[in-house]
Structure formats: structure tokens, C-alpha cells
Design a protein around this ligand. Structure first.
Ligand code: AMP
Length: 568
């Protein structure tokens, strides 16, 4: 069994082996595989780095950041075919599964996949389906911060303490407070912002460039000028990473054969990011409040997610908590390592002391009810939470209700997940109908019990107090009720797609990068790229793998010299 961190930007995979978690490299020898899917000119699907490299030159044929749409029916068109977010994720999962099988020299059938703690029921189910579509049995979904805590070895520390996991990735921000006692890890609170991450910092730099050059480029919007937008995004990403190491970075854009240059200093970048940096505070405050934990009760603040490498984020965290955060692991690898530790725990590896993993339910669960107002009028569609947000699970809670009309023959509970007071604004999970003996209004009482387990399964029990009649009612759940056949059919369809073979990935990724550079540079540098491509293509034509490997190394060194190292 393997552990997979299915990220917005990158996906990482790890295995529990020889008494420890190990990251598994992909066919390019990298432990991060971009969560990107694209299609090339002859209709083959490209997954990972090659797709990411082509995003700049072929934005219409490339899909990234689809994790943001998990659980929705948003369709992405790539060439002839349309994909749901879970299908795009399945293609990434299938690729890392193949990488793992190649590395481990054994079939991989089941996995633990991590999800943001903030994911709701729909998003979790979509993630599970993505795994199944990729041919994996999804043994369990665990929250990313919980996985990070496992990776930091927090579970091995003896004393009873509390930690805060601060996870800022490419597209999501998660804050979790974990409590550890006697080998038990308990998530006391998890909050976050599902639309905050590294991409927002890129956007700040893009806007900065547009303020200066937007008019001369005639830029209108991301949708209308995708090619230019991707060029800007690529430059923003490079500059942002550069600013993690040096006090100044340059962004260069070649558009309609004209060359534009824009320099940013770290200080200027920091001042541009003030708004985003303040948005980091609110989820932290909410997590502390929900868990009743004071700042000084926190043993440590753990940084997770690639975007926490940014010095401005680290400074903001240090200011917020009045102390330096823990950074002894690579922030973009911790989650996958933790998932592998969980896989090891599942397999009851002797090297791991048994830890009990508990979790919290990230959203409130409840039913719709009616409410009599002080003036005697009645309003319906009022949300009555039964299990509240951040309750430690497994949990079982009940609430009492009564009939509202004379002669009422049944009580209908609609079940929702969410925080809005208006029930129907929350996420609808199902409906239960319970027959009741016809009496006068409020004479029949009904107890509704919710039991929520660690895999996100919700059971609802209803008991009529007058008759003591009990019924365990099964929630009609549209997604679970989806016929297995359908999933099987979709899996077959995905498997039948022509996916570019992983063993030729390295050459494809190098060519895609070279093509992007050719479009980017002008003059001497462009000529240099053209020469390099033609030498490399000649080497590929020999069909001799040693010659090709040698030429690829040569090409990549030349590209590194021209544009700096490539990144994930
Ligand atoms: P993750 O979702 O954890 O893979 O994080 C991806 C995000 O981390 C992306 O927005 C990256 O731009 C960002 N990131 C990774 N490395 C760096 C770095 N050295 N400096 C700034 N941001 C980085």
C-alpha cells in the first residue's frame, strides 16, 4: 500500500519500506509530479512535467489546478474529449501508480490518499472516485495536516501537547490544531481557505506587470488572452521562486516580437502581498477559537506546502505566533511521507508504535427544521446542526424534534452539511422520511441521531418517542447510489485513452521545454535554442537510448544556462 499526496500543483507518492517512509521518484527521477494533464498534436494524453511545460505554449490543450474543482461537474475539454475534475485527477493518479509499480517492481493496488481538511463530503467522494478510476482501492482518505503531523514524528513524542499545522499549497490554505496524548493524535480543529495559495501570489506579480505593460500588450482577460496570460504566469512563478533566494528578480516577456522587462524587489513584492498575507490570519484565529487553544499552549507551528518556502510567508508566520516555525522537513514532501506512514500503520509494521488516529468532522452536519418566530409566524428551511464543525470523530449526537401540525403523518428530515443558517444553502446529502402517529401539533416527539465515522460515513437513526418505534433509516445518497457499473465503464473509457508512455517522458518533457524557450527568446538566444533542438532531434532519430540520454543532458544544461533551472 502506498500513500499519495494528490496536490493542486504537484502530486507526490511514498511507500513504507524498510521501517521508514520513502518518496518514490517518477520517470524523470523527480519526487514531485506536476498535477497537469495535456494533449499533444496527435491526440495522445500527456501527464506530469511534459503537460506542465506545454501549458505556456498550449494553454488550450492543458489542464492544471483541477483539484480546485473536485466534487463539481465542471468539464474541461482537451481536444476531442471532455473530462471531469475527478477524471483528470485519475489520470495523474494512474501515472504515479505506474511510477510506483516501476520503482517497486510489484503491482500497486491500494493507496491512502490525502485531502485538504477543508474538503467537504462531495470533494472527498470525488477524490475517492478518482482513485478508483485509476484502478486503486482507496483504503482511506486522510487529512493533509494529519499526514504532515505523522511525518514530523509528532506522534512519537511522549508528552501531551498541541501543534498547529500551517499548510499553504498552490491553491489551498489549511490550518489544523492537533492534540497528542498517549500516542493518540487528535485533530482538534481544522479551518482554512480553499481559494488561497501560491497562485494568488503569482497573480499579484501578474497584475504588477499588467499595470506597466497591459495597455501596450492590449491585454483584456485571462480567458481572452490565454497565451499571454500563461507567459506572464510562468514569469511570475519564476520570479517568486527567485525572490525566495535573492533580493530582486526580473520578469521578461516577449510578445509580438517585442521584449519587455520588469524588475521586482523583495520589498516591493512584500508590499504588494499585504492583502493576501492578512488573509492568512483569519483561519488561524478561527482554529484557535474553535479548539479553545491559546497561542502559548502550542508546542510548535509546523509548515507544510510549497508556498511556505516564501520568506514573506515565513516572516508573517513568525510575527503571527511570536516564534519561528518548525521547518526540518521539505514542506512539499511532508504530506506524502505522512500518508506512507499511515500506510505502514495500516499494515501494522512492527517498527511503528501503534498510534490511534482520530479526526474531526470539517463541517457541521444537521437537518432542516421549522422555527416559530416570537410573533407567532413560522419559518421553514432553518438549519439545525446535530454534529457541529470540528467535533472529534467518530462521533454520535442526537437532537429532539416535535411535529408542527395537527394530524401530521410523517416527519421529513433533509440532511445537510455546512454552516449556513438557511438549510438549503448548505450541501444537500439526503432525505429521510419517518411515519408518525397522527396527533395534535407538538404531541409527537422524534429523536434524530447522527453517527459519523472516520471514513466520512454518516448514519442517521430516528426514534419516535411516543411509540418507542425505532428505525435505522438509510440515507438516500445519490453519489453512493451511483451504480458500480457506471464507474467500471468510466474506468474502461479512461484506460482506453492513449496515454503517452512513461518511459519516453524525459525526452518529451525536454522537447516541450525547449519549444517553450524557443517561443520565449529572441535573437541570439532563440538561434541557440533552435540549434540545440535540432541536435537533440537528430540524436532521437538514431533511436539509440544512450545517445538520446546524452543529448538530453546536453540540451537541459544549455537550457538551464539560458533561463535558469526548470522547476516543479
Ligand atoms: P504544493 O501544493 O504544496 O505542491 O505547493 C505548491 C506551491 O508552492 C506553488 O504555488 C509553488 O509556487 C510554491 N513553491 C514551491 N517552491 C517554492 C519556492 N522555492 N519559493 C516560493 N514558492 C514555492
Amino acid at each position: 500500500m502506498i500513500g499519495i499526496d494528490l496536490g493542486t500543483t504537484n502530486t507526490a507518492i511514498a511507500v513504507w519500506r524498510d521501517g521508514g517512509p520513502q518518496l518514490i521518484p517518477n520517470s524523470l527521477g523527480q519526487v514531485l509530479t506536476p498535477s497537469a494533464v495535456g494533449i499533444d498534436d496527435d491526440g495522445q494524453l500527456l501527464v506530469g512535467m511534459t503537460a506542465r511545460e506545454r501549458q505556456v505554449t498550449h494553454p488550450h490543450l492543458t489542464a492544471t489546478a483541477f483539484k480546485r474543482y473536485m466534487g463539481t461537474n465542471r468539464v474541461t475539454r482537451l481536444g476531442e474529449r471532455e473530462f471531469l475534475p475527478e477524471e483528470l485527477s485519475a489520470l495523474v493518479l494512474a501515472r504515479v501508480k505506474a511510477d510506483a509499480e516501476h520503482y517497486l517492481k510489484a503491482p500497486v493496488n491500494s493507496a491512502i490518499i490525502t485531502v485538504p481538511a477543508y474538503f467537504n463530503d462531495k470533494q472527498r467522494k470525488a477524490t475517492r472516485r478518482a482513485g478508483e478510476l485509476a484502478g486503486l482501492t482507496v483504503d482511506r482518505l486522510i487529512n493533509e495536516p494529519t499526514a504532515a503531523a505523522l511525518a514530523y514524528g509528532i506522534h512519537r513524542r511522549q508528552d501531551e501537547t498541541r501543534y498547529l499545522v500551517f499548510d499553504l499549497g498552490g491553491g489551498t490554505f489549511d490550518v489544523s490544531i492537533l492534540e497528542i496524548f498517549e500516542g493518540v493524535i487528535e485533530v482538534r480543529a481544522s479551518t482554512g481557505d480553499s481559494y488561497l495559495g501560491g497562485e494568488d501570489f503569482n497573480e499579484v506579480l501578474i497584475q504588477d506587470m499588467l499595470r506597466q505593460f497591459g495597455a501596450s500588450w492590449g491585454f483584456t482577460s485571462r480567458e481572452k488572452d490565454p497565451l499571454l496570460y500563461e507567459l506572464l504566469r510562468d514569469q511570475a512563478e519564476r520570479a517568486r521562486r527567485e525572490l525566495s533566494m535573492s533580493p530582486e528578480a526580473k520578469m521578461t516577456v516577449t510578445w509580438k516580437d517585442e521584449h519587455f522587462e520588469h524588475a521586482v524587489t523583495a520589498d516591493h513584492f512584500e508590499s504588494l502581498c499585504q492583502k493576501i498575507l492578512t488573509r492568512l490570519r483569519d483561519p488561524v484565529v478561527r482554529a484557535l477559537r474553535d479548539s479553545n487553544v491559546d497561542l502559548d499552549q502550542l508546542k510548535e507551528v509546523v509548515l507544510v506546502g510549497g508556498a511556505t518556502r516564501m520568506p514573506i510567508v515565513r516572516r508573517a508566520v513568525t510575527r503571527m505566533f511570536g516564534r519561528f516555525p518548525a521547518t526540518d522537513l521539505n514542506p512539499d514532501e511532508a504530506v506524502a511521507l505522512g500518508a506512507a506512514i499511515q500506510a505502514g500503520l495500516k499494515a501494522r509494521d512492527a517498527a511503528l508504535k501503534e498510534v490511534v488516529l482520530t479526526d474531526v468532522c470539517p463541517y457541521s452536519l444537521g437537518v432542516d427544521t421549522g422555527e416559530r418566530r416570537p410573533d407567532g409566524t413560522f419559518r421553514t428551511d432553518v438549519f439545525a446542526p446535530i454534529i457541529e464543525r470540528n467535533t472529534v470523530i467518530p462521533a454520535s449526537r442526537e437532537k429532539h424534534f416535535a411535529t408542527i401540525q395537527d394530524g401530521q403523518q410523517k416527519i421529513v428530515f433533509k440532511i445537510y452539511q455546512g454552516e449556513s443558517r438557511i438549510a438549503s444553502e448548505n450541501i444537500y446529502l439526503g432525505t429521510i422520511e419517518m411515519p408518525v402517529p397522527p396527533r395534535r401539533a407538538r404531541e409527537v416527539g422524534v429523536t434524530c441521531r447522527f453517527t459519523y465515522d472516520i471514513n466520512g460515513l454518516l448514519e442517521v437513526d430516528v426514534e419516535v418517542s411516543n411509540t418507542k418505534e425505532r428505525q435505522q433509516l438509510v440515507i438516500f445518497d445519490r453519489e453512493n447510489a451511483e451504480p458500480g457499473l457506471d464507474l467500471e465503464k468510466r474506468r474502461k473509457e479512461l484506460a482506453a485513452l492513449k496515454v503517452h508512455p512513461r518511459d519516453r517522458d524525459a525526452n518529451r518533457a525536454a522537447l516541450a521545454r525547449a519549444a517553450r524557450c524557443f517561443e520565449h527568446f529572441l535573437g541570439e538566444k532563440r538561434e541557440e535554442v533552435r540549434r540545440q533542438i535540432s541536435t537533440f532531434e537528430a540524436a532521437l532519430d538514431t533511436q539509440d537510448s544512450v545517445t538520446a540520454d546524452h543529448a538530453r543532458a546536453h540540451l537541459l544544461t544549455a537550457l538551464d544556462a539560458l533561463e535558469g533551472q526548470s522547476f516543479l
